[in-house]
Design a protein around this ligand. Structure first.
Ligand SMILES: [Zn+2]
Length: 414
C-alpha cells in the first residue's frame, strides 16, 4: 500500500464524490482532500496499483501517482495543486530524506512506490527529471473563480455518524479552514511559492501522521481549504514579545496581521471573524469538526500554538529554525492534537497529571512534571507515538467496550 496523490483538473468546483467511491471500490482509503478558494485541487488516498489506476481513470483527475511528478511537466491543474505537487515531490527527494534525522522514517510509509500512472510526460517537455525544475500549471486561473453555487447532493464521505459533538474529537471529517497570510514582497513576511509549498508539506505530512496513528474506526479524513492573502502590513511594526512570551503577547503579536487578513477576506476581526472565516470555507460536505489555521511568516509570540481548540497559528520561519524543514509536520501534528482539547505533556507547559482534558475528559496521565514514568508522545515531544492517555483525549477510545468508538456511540455517556 502506498500514498497516492491525485491532482484534480482546473476549475473542479464540484467535488467529485464518485472519485471517493472509486477509491474505496478498489480497496483503498481516502486520506485527505485539498481545495483552494472555491476549487478542489487534490485528493490523497492510501492503496495499491488498482487504486491508483481507478484514480487515474476518473475524468476529474489530471494525474494520480505515488511517485514524484516529473519536473517541468505541464498539467491542467490550478496553481494550488501545483504547490501541493511540489510539496509532494520535495517529500520524496533525496535532499529531504537526507535531512530528516529519522523523522522521515517515522512519518511516512511510502517506500514501496507504485508504478508511474497518470502522470506521464507530454510532448515538448523537459524529459530530464533531474530536479530543480518546477511544475507548470497550464489551466490555472489567474484569479479565483466565482463561488460554488452547488446546493447539497454530495455524498457523505463516510457513513459513520459522530453523535457526540458536544465535545471536540479527532474523528470523522476534520475541516481545516487555512489562511496563508503573507507580507509585502521583499519583507521577512513575504510568502513565496516555495514557502506555500512548505506550509502545504507541513500540513500534508501532519495529517499523514494522524492517518497512520488513528484507529480505522475513527474514519478520520482531513479536508483542507486554503485561502491566500498578501498584506501591505510592514512586519517590523509587529510588537516584540517578551522572552518567554507573556500571555498577552500572543494576541498582541497576532492580532495586527490576523485581523488585517480577516478584513481582507471580508470578515470582522477577532473570534467573530475567525468563525466567519471557517463558516465560509469550501468543503466537499459539512465536516464533523472544523477549525481555523493561520500560517504565516509575520512575527508571532511562539512558533506554533492552538487557541481554544479552534485556531492554530503556525509561524514558518520559527518552526523551520527549530525543527528543520523535515520536522515541521510534527509541530503541525502536535498543534492539531490540541484541536480535540488534548493537553500538552511537557514540563514547560506546567501540566499536571491530575488535569482533565480532551474528548474523554481524562486525566493528563503522561504529563512529565514529577512523573518519571512519562513516555514519548505526540503531545509531549512531537514524536510519532501516543502515550496511553492521549487516544482518549482524541476520542479514539471505546470506553464501554461495545465495539463502537466513543464519539460515534449513542450509548457512551460523556
Ligand atoms: Zn502544545
Amino acid at each position: 500500500m502506498s500514498r497516492i496523490l491525485a491532482l484534480l483538473k482546473t476549475n473542479t468546483t464540484n467535488f467529485p464524490s464518485d472519485l471517493v467511491d472509486a477509491i474505496t471500490g478498489a480497496g483503498g482509503s481516502l486520506v485527505q482532500i485539498w481545495s483552494g478558494d472555491h476549487t478542489f485541487s487534490a485528493v490523497i488516498a492510501e492503496g495499491n496499483a488498482s487504486v491508483q489506476s481507478a484514480m487515474s481513470a476518473h475524468s476529474a483527475v489530471a494525474c494520480a501517482t505515488s511517485a514524484a511528478i516529473p519536473t517541468a511537466q505541464s498539467l491542467d491543474v490550478d496553481p494550488g495543486a501545483m504547490e501541493l505537487a511540489n510539496a509532494w515531490n520535495t517529500s520524496l527527494s533525496d535532499d529531504y530524506r537526507a535531512n530528516v534525522d529519522g523523522f522521515y522514517a517515522q512519518s511516512m510509509q511510502i517506500d514501496g512506490l507504485l508504478p508511474p500512472g497518470g502522470c506521464a510526460q507530454g510532448a515538448g517537455e523537459d524529459g530530464d527529471g533531474g530536479g530543480g525544475g518546477k511544475l507548470v500549471a497550464v489551466g490555472g486561473p489567474s484569479g479565483s473563480p466565482g463561488p460554488d453555487t452547488t446546493t447539497g447532493g454530495v455524498a457523505a464521505l463516510t457513513t459513520a455518524t459522530v453523535v457526540h459533538k458536544e465535545r471536540r474529537a479527532l474523528v470523522g471529517t476534520i475541516g481545516v479552514a487555512a489562511a496563508y497570510v503573507g507580507g509585502p514582497a521583499g519583507s521577512t513576511a513575504e510568502l513565496t511559492s516555495d514557502d506555500n509549498g512548505s506550509l502545504a508539506l507541513a500540513m500534508m505530512h501532519a495529517f499523514d501522521v494522524y492517518y497512520d496513528l488513528a484507529p480505522k474506526a475513527a474514519h478520520l479524513v482531513f479536508e483542507v481549504n486554503v485561502r491566500r492573502m498578501t498584506l501591505a502590513l510592514d512586519p517590523t511594526t509587529i510588537p516584540t514579545p517578551a522572552n518567554p512570551p507573556a500571555s498577552g503577547d500572543y494576541e498582541a503579536c497576532e492580532a495586527p496581521w490576523r485581523d488585517a487578513a480577516l478584513t481582507a477576506f471580508g470578515q470582522s476581526s477577532g473570534w467573530a471573524g475567525i468563525g466567519g472565516f471557517v463558516s465560509s470555507a469550501t468543503f466537499s460536505d459539512p465536516a464533523d469538526y472544523t477549525h481555523a489555521a493561520f500560517l504565516t511568516k509575520y512575527p508571532t509570540a511562539w512558533m506554533a500554538y492552538c487557541s481554544s481548540s479552534k485556531k492554530i497559528v503556525f509561524q514558518l520561519t520559527s518552526v523551520v529554525g527549530n525543527w528543520k524543514p523535515a520536522g515541521t509536520h510534527f509541530v503541525y501534528a502536535h498543534e492539531t492534537g490540541h484541536t480535540s482539547g488534548a493537553p500538552d505533556e511537557y514540563v514547560s507547559s506546567k501540566c499536571s497529571v491530575t488535569d482533565k482534558a480532551g474528548f474523554s475528559n481524562g486525566v493528563n496521565a503522561n504529563c512529565e512534571v514529577g512523573n518519571s514514568a512519562a513516555v514519548d508522545c505526540l503531545m509531549r515531544n512531537n514524536t510519532k507515538k501516543l502515550c496511553p492517555a492521549t487516544p482518549g483525549h482524541f476520542g479514539w477510545n471505546d470506553a464501554n467496550g461495545d465495539g463502537i468508538l466513543d464519539p460515534f456511540d449513542p450509548s457512551y455517556s460523556t
